[in-house]
Design a protein around this ligand. Structure first.
Ligand code: NAP
Length: 531
């Protein structure tokens, strides 16, 4: 691939007039082909103006047309073939099978959201018919549905160059519900972003949509972030990445004269609670499973388990030994970019230097800095130390975890009470101890978006019942998910029509129910027309 390095503004390739940058491959620190030109403020403005212009047209398209658009994007991405996988590999250092799997997830997600767009059920249509005879006052006719919110700005993460990037979940959910999208390409994988953006632009042309329905701009988040977040045409932001960047965007959006919603999915510690029965009966197996989970993909998953809470007792040594020996045999792998690896290594050094932390596990093979590798590391501390010092309560993005050992369950629960919001919380327990763990399960449910029993938290399925998001700082709005079909609900807002004439109502609310959807009539689901 020889990238052109340009942004896409309303269907056209435009050379940015800001500074130029190149990408260094994490695999060998070589400079990759392609000079990327960053967009300036007037080009960001042009992308958002075009999005605002496209919005009313795109919002009014039939669900079947938006579905065809999403399907066409999926087809175009697949048609890119090896070029896409090879460039993503060079830019991210991720292995080929992982990227092929991620591409499958990305197109699968687009096709699932296409079904949602075609089915129109996300509109959540509700009708309370009029009752002119109601006393003391007649009841009006009220009809409510969800409508697209308007242009959405998307910032993707570096650790999923396909599934959480240009055509990732945020873009797919915004487009499925009729919102134009402007993506800020991640600086770690601009070539991959360019290929995927081209696929989206081509799909929009094939389906016959207005050009402003999609744009992608190159540039640094710190520079373009404020222009994108504060632009009057921007109506919502979808973000995946670090807490620091997500919070910066949230604050920018809140400081606008007209604050807008920011759906930022950020980092997480993903605590794992190890109940004593499970540790006594299968400590070694759990230790092996967790060692594999924290080192999977060099630990660069937002759901990587980062904290293990155990009480001293039978089986804990078997757990420690299995964790230690499994990690010892792992060969360090390349991290996403030199910045992430440097950050990881610096964080490991500073936390390891802490008096109270002792090294429980690391690899026997040293990390190779020329291949941007991070060395897996597991520390052990006491629950008293965890309670006393918040050093141990921050995400370390990479193959790192801490075992926190309590002398009893009360101390463990005090340690757990120090945790903020999480994407996931996991509990390993045997049947009998789980059945008496209702308060613990309730506690985990109160801090996390997803509670997992007897399994690792890495792996986030794209389904209807998935929740990927949790109380702050896991995300900026715990009511929503960024994965699964419920993600569509982030980029819509409700409108009620009172006593509206039939011909002025959107089809979803008309008596004849031309869309054939299930609606809530007087509180009861029904797909029947109103007589
Ligand atoms: P990142 O550094 O926060 O980057 C994400 C995006 O935000 C990039 O486009 C970046 O631009 C932009 N950005 C950075 N600083 C900004 C600022 N001050 N204002 C506006 N935009 C800014 O995250 P990452 O390194 O790609 O991803 C790693 C992190 O993401 C980890 O903490 C991980 O846990 C988290 N993550 C969370 C989820 C989830 O679903 N919750 C999923 C994956 C990853 P540049 O291109 O200029 O860097």
């Amino acid at each position: 691939m020889n990238p052109h390095g340009q942004s896409f503004i309303a269907g056209e390739r435009i050379a940015g007039t800001g500074s130029a940058f190149q990408v260094v491959s994490p695999l060998d620190r070589s400079t990759l082909p392609g000079v990327f030109l960053t967009a300036d403020e007037s080009q960001v403005d042009a992308a958002l103006q075009a999005a605002a212009l496209a919005h009313p047209v795109f919002a009014a398209t039939e669900g079947s047309k938006r579905a065809a658009f999403l399907e066409a994007i999926a087809d175009e991405i697949m048609a890119l073939g090896d070029v896409l996988i090879e460039r993503a590999q060079l830019e991210s250092g991720l292995p080929r099978p992982r990227l092929e799997g991620e591409r499958g997830r990305t197109v699968g997600q687009l096709r699932l959201f296409a079904q949602m767009a075609a089915g129109n059920s996300w509109m959540d249509a509700r009708i309370d018919p009029a009752d002119p005879s109601r006393q003391p006052l007649p009841k009006p006719d009220l009809r409510r549905l969800l409508v697209p919110i308007g242009p959405v700005v998307v910032f993707g993460a570096s650790n999923f160059p396909l599934a959480f990037s240009v055509a990732g979940g945020d873009t797919a959910s915004a487009l499925a519900t009729g919102n134009p999208v402007v993506v800020k390409a991640h600086e770690a994988h601009p070539g991959t972003s360019e290929l995927v953006a081209e696929a989206i632009v081509s799909a929009a042309k094939k389906v016959g949509l207005p050009a402003g329905v999609f744009s992608m701009v190159h540039g640094s988040g710190k520079v373009l972030g404020p222009w994108l977040a504060k632009h009057p045409a921007t109506k919502a932001i979808g973000f995946t990445g670090s807490e620091i960047a997500g919070r910066a965007l949230f604050d920018l959006a809140a400081s606008r004269p007209d604050p807008i919603p920011v759906f930022a999915e950020m980092g997480s510690l993903n605590p794992v609670v190890l109940l004593s029965g499970a540790i006594a009966s299968r400590g070694a197996a759990i230790g092996t499973a967790l060692a594999q989970s924290i080192t999977l993909g060099a630990g660069q998953f937002c759901t990587k388990p980062g904290l293990f809470f155990a009480t001293e007792g039978e089986g804990l040594n078997a757990f420690r030994e299995a964790l230690t020996s499994t990690i010892a045999g792992i060969v360090p792998s390349t991290m996403l970019h030199p910045g992430i690896a440097d950050h990881y290594n610096a964080k490991c050094s500073s936390i390891q230097a802490h008096d109270s932390a002792k090294v429980l596990a690391t690899t026997t093979t040293a990390a190779d800095p020329n291949a941007t590798q991070g060395q897996p590391l597991v520390l052990e501390i006491s629950a008293a130390q965890f309670i006393a010092d918040d050093t141990f309560r921050h995400e370390v993005f990479g193959p790192f975890a801490i075992l926190v050992v309590s002398s009893n369950e009360t101390e463990r629960d005090t340690a757990l009470s120090k945790l903020g919001g999480q994407l996931t919380a996991t509990i390993y327990g045997d049947e009998a101890e789980l059945s008496s763990s209702q308060p613990l399960v309730a506690k985990l449910g109160s801090i996390a978006g997803r509670v997992i029993f007897n399994g690792v938290p890495t792996g986030v399925e794209v389904f209807h019942a998935m929740q990927h998001g949790g109380p702050y700082p896991a995300s900026t709005d715990s009511r929503y998910t960024s994965v699964g079909t419920a993600a569509l609900l982030r980029f819509v807002r409700p409108v009620s029509y009172q006593n509206a004439p039939q011909d002025l109502l959107p089809p979803a609310l008309q008596d004849s129910n031309p869309l054939g959807i299930v609606r809530l009539i007087n509180g009861q689901p029904s797909s029947a027309p109103l007589s």
